[in-house]
Design a protein around this ligand. Structure first.
Ligand SMILES: *[C@@H]1O[C@H](CO)[C@@H](O)[C@H](O)[C@H]1NC(C)=O
Ligand SMILES: *[C@@H]1O[C@H](CO)[C@@H](O)[C@H](O)[C@H]1NC(C)=O
Ligand SMILES: *[C@@H]1O[C@H](CO)[C@@H](O)[C@H](O)[C@H]1NC(C)=O
Ligand SMILES: *[C@@H]1O[C@H](CO)[C@@H](O)[C@H](O)[C@H]1NC(C)=O
Ligand SMILES: CC(=O)N[C@H]1CO[C@H](CO)[C@@H](O)[C@@H]1O
Length: 760
């Protein structure tokens, strides 16, 4: 246990056999099981289920003048090396991915990599200082069949290179896990709803396509602009690299599917996030690290438990200059949090809710952090920047991590944790407990369900109604060995109107066609909800329960989404007819979000300690679900849409409507696409704005205040006959910074320490 590395404690404690993982190579440069000295990081890593072929393998065919060179720093102690023009190596393998590892230094030149006879890439092996076991080339989207990679020394080199060296240390062949899971029986097609028809237009049915790869595993996802989404992962051996080590954050181009790695410094495992009133996104909390393993030469991660990672607005298509900024000496939380929820409040600042003081699995009274704090820090309840106790988070132990929370249209905050719910008047620090969720259903980690605030509009006086779906009735005081990956998940959805009358009536219960643990609920511009992802059995996490599949605590992935129409009469709200079926399981650490185009982006799944190819493996493939409206006769913005709308401000918007329709029929929908992590869609919001038409000009009134729509970024969609336009990003409010209290910040910085949990 002495060499147990605390920065992996979250994952270690999740694994029953702690030392099993101690032999993993290449974490923070520890390359042998008993080594305690760190060395330069090497990205050479063979995920469980993948195969490595050394440079000396007889399956590698060398042609031309190659030599062997020996060092303990090479995979299996040797590399093959050539400086001769047209010398090549050729390797035929069966798999869906290939990685070439080799060295880089000032003498390396340019090689040409051919895949199945076609030039795939010209690769420059030059680096000012020598590096070993680097991933020089990779390709992960091959068909599941036989392929040949051929690497040819081009004889050319960049100007400053001192030679034309090409070397081979090893190849790693990867296999996208083939879906082999039990398919749960599909319910009979739902004849009560005709998904594929909308007045007057011929639409295609629901469609699902797999395009793109996230490069880093997509644990957390948020759309940041009309063209990009941000993806945040934990520290692990992702194929995408930055500064010589795997990246654990990336920007994903929604149009071209290209990815740019981000420089996340602290371990963002189990973080949450939100945008602020000025458009800046924060990513908060995470996992620890041991202090003596933070040298620059290491993997590079620092303690993320108190981290506030800043991502400034990045609205242009060119994201080259966008990155994450961290400086924990002046920007941090007052207390450590793993599995905290982060939401934007009516004043445009962020509330950070709950979490655990260190990694673990199920929360308990020792590790629980039953408090809220704010970013920027506030002086509430006399705490002057320090955490404010929330008895609700004590009463909801054990299964209360990643509380489900929403800013309500009266400025207060709804929260659900475990089997309970409440409304929190954060300004006055008063809890109002709500009726318990019926039938013993638990909705928060690791009995993870999902929740949404249903669409708001002036027509119903912006009345708040919440929906909670999925989760589990498994007893949260049970030990892992008493819980099975085959325990059924819950199919229950519970809905309540948050008025005195609604609360008196209590939760209204409905059943999804199929049970789901870890579902994602995605609000669509038409006010309907797509429920996707998750498993039919088990609970969240990995490495804890019996009957694990690989390491997954859950099984029986649910491969088809279901649509929920909150406005339909009870009994007719769910429809599965025409829904596509995926062959990609999306279990723990999966995400889904609406994108500006109107499609739903689905990514992630990684119930594993580190990148793995064993069922259920680390999933990088992206899927796009197109609702029937994508092929409808869509309205559009004529000319520029407004880039900012103040509260109560009237703006003119020019629209194009289909010939069969009139601008009078257009509804203007303001949406927050949210920040998705661990099935929480905290800021997701759908508000119908008031508008009147004159010709093709709409006069649109901004939301009345920050309670109805917390100031900050959003997306405008025009809706006509159930068909939305493409969404465009808009800033709601004045775009100013959230309120800043220097006294509270000074007090926080003087009363708390950086990484205080690890120091204590
Ligand atoms: C897939 O299914 C086959 C036949 O049921 C089984 O033999 C094989 O082990 C399964 N593979 C995986 C990766 O589960
Ligand atoms: C972090 O903040 C401190 C205090 O303001 C400052 O001295 C330091 O230069 C900052 N570091 C970085 C990397 O910005
Ligand atoms: C709570 O969990 C931690 C680690 O997850 C463990 O060390 C501690 O003993 C537990 N405390 C209680 C009261 O169960
Ligand atoms: C927005 O406000 C936050 C918190 O005060 C600050 O850290 C960030 O730099 C601000 N963003 C911009 C673009 O000014
Ligand atoms: C994983 C873990 O530490 N679980 C603990 C959660 O809390 C209960 C009681 O507070 C303990 O019995 C569990 O062991």
């Amino acid at each position: 246990m002495a060499r147990m590395r605390i920065w992996r404690v979250c994952m270690y404690l999740a694994a029953l056999g702690t030392l099993v993982y101690a032999a993993d190579p290449a974490w923070n440069g520890h390359t042998s099981p008993e080594s305690t000295k760190t060395g330069p990081f090497t990205p050479y890593y063979v995920p469980p289920g993948a195969r490595s072929y050394d440079s000396s393998s007889p399956l590698l065919q060398y042609s031309g003048d190659w030599r062997e060179s020996f060092s303990s720093g090479f995979v299996q102690g040797s590399i093959r090396k050539t400086s001769a023009v047209n010398a090549y190596v050729s390797f035929t393998f069966t798999g869906t991915g290939i990685e070439w590892f080799g060295s880089m230094d000032a003498k390396h030149g340019i090689s040409e990599v051919f895949m199945d006879g076609k030039l795939a890439q010209r690769v420059d092996g030059w680096n000012a200082s020598p590096l070993r076991q680097q991933r020089i080339f990779w390709m992960f989207d091959l068909s599941a069949s036989k392929h040949t990679i051929k690497i040819v020394n081009s004889g050319s080199h960049r100007n400053k290179a001192l030679g034309t060296t090409l070397d081979i240390d090893a190849f790693v062949v990867t296999d996208t896990p083939q879906s082999n899971q039990t398919m749960l029986a599909l319910p009979p097609p739902d004849s009560s709803s005709n998904l594929a028809s909308t007045a007057g237009t011929a639409q295609q049915p629901w469609n699902l396509e797999q395009v793109g790869s996230t490069g880093v595993h997509a644990m957390q996802l948020a759309v940041i602009s009309n063209s990009h989404a941000i993806i945040i992962d934990k520290v692990e051996h992702n194929p995408l690299t930055i500064s010589g080590h795997p990246a654990w954050g990336a920007l994903y181009n929604l149009n071209t599917h290209s990815v740019k790695p981000l420089n996340v410094k602290s371990n963002s495992f189990c973080a949450g996030g939100t945008f602020l009133s000025n458009g800046t996104m924060i990513n908060v909390g995470g996992n620890p690290v041991v202090e003596d393993i933070t040298a620059a030469a290491d993997f590079g991660d620092v303690d993320g438990l108190q981290a506030v990672r800043i991502f400034e607005p990045c609205d242009s298509d060119d994201v080259d200059n966008c990155d994450i900024y961290e400086n924990h000496s002046r920007i941090r939380m007052a207390s450590p949090r793993w599995y905290n929820t982060v939401l934007r409040l009516s004043d445009g600042s962020a509330m950070v809710v709950g979490g655990s003081k260190k990694g673990g699995w199920i929360n308990n009274s020792t590790t629980n952090n039953p408090t809220v704090e704010y970013f920027p820090p506030k002086n509430i309840a006399g705490k002057n920047g320090l955490p404010v106790e929330l008895p609700f988070l004590v009463d909801t132990l054990n299964s209360n991590l990643f509380p489900i929370a929403f800013s309500l249209p009266d400025g207060k905050v709804f929260m659900a944790a475990n089997r309970d719910a409440m409304i929190y008047d954060w300004q006055n620090n008063v809890e109002r407990r709500l009726p318990q969720i019926p039938n013993g259903v638990r909705v928060t980690y690791p009995m993870t369900g999902t929740g949404l605030l249903l669409p708001l509009s002036a027509d119903n006086g912006y009345t708040a109604e919440v929906l909670l779906c999925g989760g589990s009735t498994v007893d949260d005081t049970k030990a892992g060995y008493d819980i099975s990956s085959q325990d059924p998940a819950s199919s229950q959805c519970s809905r309540m109107v948050l008025t005195d009358d609604g609360i008196a009536q209590g939760w209204q219960v409905e059943q999804m066609p199929r049970a789901r643990i870890m579902p994602d609920a995605v609000l669509l511009p038409d006010g309907k909800i797509l429920i996707v992802n998750g498993g039919g059995t088990g609970i969240s996490g990995y490495g804890n329960v019996k009957d694990q599949v690989g390491a997954s605590n859950a099984d029986n992935p649910v491969l088809s989404p279901v649509l929920y129409d909150p406005a339909a009469p009870t009994g007719q709200r769910f429809s599965s007819g025409g829904m596509p079926t995926s062959d990609i399981p999306r279990l723990y650490h999966s995400v889904a979000t609406l994108t500006p185009s109107g499609k739903i982006m689905v990514a992630g799944s990684n119930p594993n300690l580190d990148r793995s190819e064993v069922k259920y493996g680390t999933e990088y493939r992206v899927e796009w679900i197109s609702p029937p409206y994508m092929s409808g006769d869509r309205p559009s913005f004529a000319g520029n849409a407004p880039d900012k709308i103040g509260f109560g401000q009237t703006v003119q918007i020019q629209v194009n409507v289909p010939a069969s329709a009139s601008a009078n029929d257009v509804k203007v929908i303001l949406m927050d696409l949210g920040y998705v992590t661990h099935a929480t869609h905290t800021n997701s919001r759908h508000v119908t704005l008031q508008s009147t038409a004159s010709g093709n000009t709409l006069s649109v009134v901004g939301p009345p205040n920050g309670n109805v729509y917390p100031p900050g970024p959003g997306w405008l969609y025009l809706m006509i006959n159930g068909i939305p336009s493409t969404g465009v990003k808009v800033m709601i409010g004045d775009g100013n910074d959230p309120p800043f209290d220097q006294g509270a910040l000074t007090n926080l910085l003087s009363q708390t320490k950086v990484d205080q949990n690890e120091r204590s």
